[in-house]
Design a protein around this ligand. Structure first.
Ligand code: VGL
Ligand code: ZN
Length: 190
């Protein structure tokens, strides 16, 4: 069982229809299985007075993140559409951080990267955690090999004591084994 306290934040990464629903545009195998795990953790966190934060991939209709505009992915999580909404069964008890709202790319909940200039800018997540005196983060959600990985690695870089809940993540696995490799990469720095 995970322990929570007022210095801990639970970061629920991109549990959105396009990733979590089997009919989503970038559906992750077993993505909907993270919802009950997330809800159990959200209840425990909230009961302990821990902050619960939700990230959402939130793209404009045209972005270099999508294959048809030069990127890697099918169109997904277009702002204000069904695919971008949090899964309807997910309990929402805290603030949201929107990610990739402009031209930017990047998978971390903490920062976005401009695909042309390479410039990074903060999403507001770090500021929110610092304001609340958070020193430890628990991460779960989608997808293991992209947003969960980059969010967790950034959390470690920023000095947060970081725990990724294996039971609460699932991978895109563009190449078989990507999710497992991502878990190993996250284990390396702690
Ligand atoms: C994600 C691929 C593209 C993620 C976001 O949330 O892991 N993956 N955009
Ligand atoms: Zn995306």
């Amino acid at each position: 069982m995970t322990s929570y306290d007022t210095r801990t934040a639970l970061v629920v990464v991109d549990v959105q229809n396009d990733f979590a629903d089997p009919n989503g545009a970038l559906s992750v195998q077993g993505g909907d299985e993270v919802v009950p795990v997330a809800n159990r953790e959200i209840e425990q966190a909230a009961a302990a007075g821990a902050l619960v934060v939700y990230t959402q991939d939130w793209h404009p209709p045209q972005t270099p993140h999508f294959a048809k505009y030069g990127g890697k992915w099918p169109v997904h999580c277009v702002r204000d559409t069904w695919g971008a909404q949090l899964h309807p069964d997910l309990k929402v008890v805290g603030p949201r951080i929107l990610n990739g709202t402009g031209e930017e790319d990047g998978y971390s909940g903490f920062t976005v990267i401009h695909p042309v200039t390479g410039e990074t800018s903060p999403t507001g997540l770090e500021e929110l955690l610092r304001e609340r005196g958070v020193g430890r983060v628990v991460v779960l959600g989608l997808a293991t090999d992209y947003c969960v990985k980059e969010t967790a690695l950034d959390a470690v870089r920023l000095g947060f004591d970081t725990l990724v809940l294996r039971e609460g993540v699932r991978a895109v696995d563009v190449e078989p084994g990507d999710g497992d490799r991502a878990l190993e990469e996250m284990a390396a720095p702690g």
